[in-house]
Design a protein. Structure first.
Length: 146
């Protein structure tokens, strides 16, 4: 089964999400994607952050594990803090190239954490876990939210 690495980047009272407009369906997801052959989870997470945000972030802490539908398989969700940079897609990334075609758009966007309940975040289980964690603290050990 495939694995993916996702990263929740926090900057003060904001979080970075990837806003998607996929052929007219709008929603948000965490930065991240599939683990490539030969990569470990940390390498994949850092690559995805570079491609999808161009930000410098702090250390990664694995907080959630969720088994989802293909093509993503098991998602490993990391928490990290913003360090520096202006958010944008890397011009060499697949997401940047896909945006140029249109109809399937990627836009990394900062959101206020307080607005998380009204955001259409995939998946609902992850959204609930994030809302709870922002209120009560993130887990010390990874939690399976499947």
């Amino acid at each position: 089964m495939k694995s993916s690495a996702r990263v929740l980047i926090r900057k003060n009272d904001q979080i970075l999400l990837m806003h998607r407009n996929k052929f007219g369906r709008e929603y948000d997801i965490l930065i991240g994607g599939a683990v490539d052959l030969g990569e470990n989870l940390i390498q994949a997470a850092m690559r995805e952050v570079a491609e999808e945000s161009c930000l410098t972030i702090g250390s990664l802490k694995l907080v959630f594990i969720e088994r989802v539908h293909e093509p993503y398989g098991t998602q490993y969700v990391f928490l990290s803090e913003y360090v520096s940079g202006e958010v944008r897609l890397d011009p060499n990334s697949d997401e940047f190239k896909i945006n140029k075609i249109g109809n399937n758009l990627y836009e990394p966007t900062w959101y206020e954490i307080s607005n998380l309940p009204s955001i259409e975040l995939l998946s609902p289980k992850l959204k609930a876990a994030l809302i709870d964690s922002f209120k009560n603290g993130f887990p010390d050990q990874p939690v399976d939210i499947t």
